[in-house]
Write a protein that binds this ligand. Structure first.
Ligand SMILES: [Zn+2]
Length: 213
C-alpha cells in the first residue's frame, strides 16, 4: 500500500466518522437506488423506461449549467427531461450549478454554488431539489458540516453499502460495475446501496435482468 493510498483511506475514515446525521434503515428488506449524475439525456430517455418496467424509479442529479450541452458521452439533459422525470415519479436532485469541486473552491464559493444549483432547478421546474451529490465525489469535512442543515441528503462516491445506520450527510455509492458491493450482504441484511452511473442503459438493463431487482 502506498503512502498516498494510506492517507486517502485515513481521510475517508475521518470523513465518514464526523458530522454524521444518521437514520436507521429498519426492517425494509433489500433496497437498491439507481442514481445518475450530471446527467446525459440517455439516462432519462432510455434508462427511465427500463427502471419503470421493473416498477422502479431513479434519482437524477442535475447540474443546471450543463443543461443543453454535450460532452464526450453525448447530449446532457434538456428542460423537458426534467419535467418528464418529475412527472413520472423520479427524483430530481442537484449537483451544484457549476459542477465545481469543493477541493478547488473556497468553502463559501462552493456553498454558494450548491445553493445556486438548488435555486436554478426551482426556477426551471418549480421543484425543491435538496438531495445532493458531490461533483467528482470530492468531499471535505467543512462541506459535510456546513451543507448539512440545507440538504435532505448528500451522496459521495465512497463505495459500500448504506446501513443499517445511514449517514444522510455522506451516502455511499457504487459505480455501475458493482465493485465494493457484497451482494450476499445486500440480500441478507436488507441494506441500501446507491449506484453511480453516467452511461448506463444497456448495462442497467443487463444488471436488472441478471439480479431480478
Ligand atoms: Zn458530476
Amino acid at each position: 500500500m502506498t503512502l498516498r493510498s494510506l492517507l486517502s483511506a485515513a481521510n475517508r475514515k475521518i470523513l465518514c466518522s464526523l458530522h454524521r446525521r444518521t437514520v436507521l434503515l429498519g426492517d425494509r428488506g433489500p433496497i437498491v437506488s439507481f442514481t445518475f449524475d450530471d446527467f446525459p439525456r440517455s439516462a432519462f430517455l432510455t434508462g427511465a423506461p427500463i427502471l419503470e418496467a421493473f416498477g422502479g424509479r431513479g434519482t437524477y442529479y442535475a447540474t443546471a449549467s450543463l443543461m443543453n450541452t454535450s460532452d464526450g458521452l453525448g447530449d446532457l439533459f434538456h428542460i423537458e427531461d426534467l419535467h418528464g422525470l418529475l412527472g413520472r415519479g423520479h427524483e430530481l436532485g442537484t449537483q451544484t450549478f457549476l459542477h465545481s469541486s469543493c477541493r478547488k473552491a473556497s468553502l463559501a464559493d462552493f456553498q454558494s454554488d450548491v445553493h445556486k444549483g438548488i435555486r436554478e432547478l426551482r426556477r426551471l421546474v418549480q421543484h425543491d431539489s435538496d438531495n445532493f451529490c458531490y461533483p467528482y465525489g470530492h468531499v471535505t469535512l467543512g462541506t459535510k458540516r456546513t451543507l448539512a442543515p440545507y440538504l435532505a441528503s448528500a451522496r459521495s462516491i465512497f463505495p459500500g453499502i448504506n446501513g443499517p445506520e445511514v449517514d444522510l450527510n455522506l451516502l455511499r455509492a457504487n459505480s455501475r460495475n458493482g465493485r465494493g458491493i457484497d451482494r450476499r450482504q445486500l440480500a441478507a441484511e436488507g441494506l441500501a446501496c446507491f449506484l453511480h452511473s453516467r452511461r448506463t442503459p444497456e448495462s442497467l438493463r443487463l444488471r436488472m435482468h441478471a439480479e431480478a431487482i
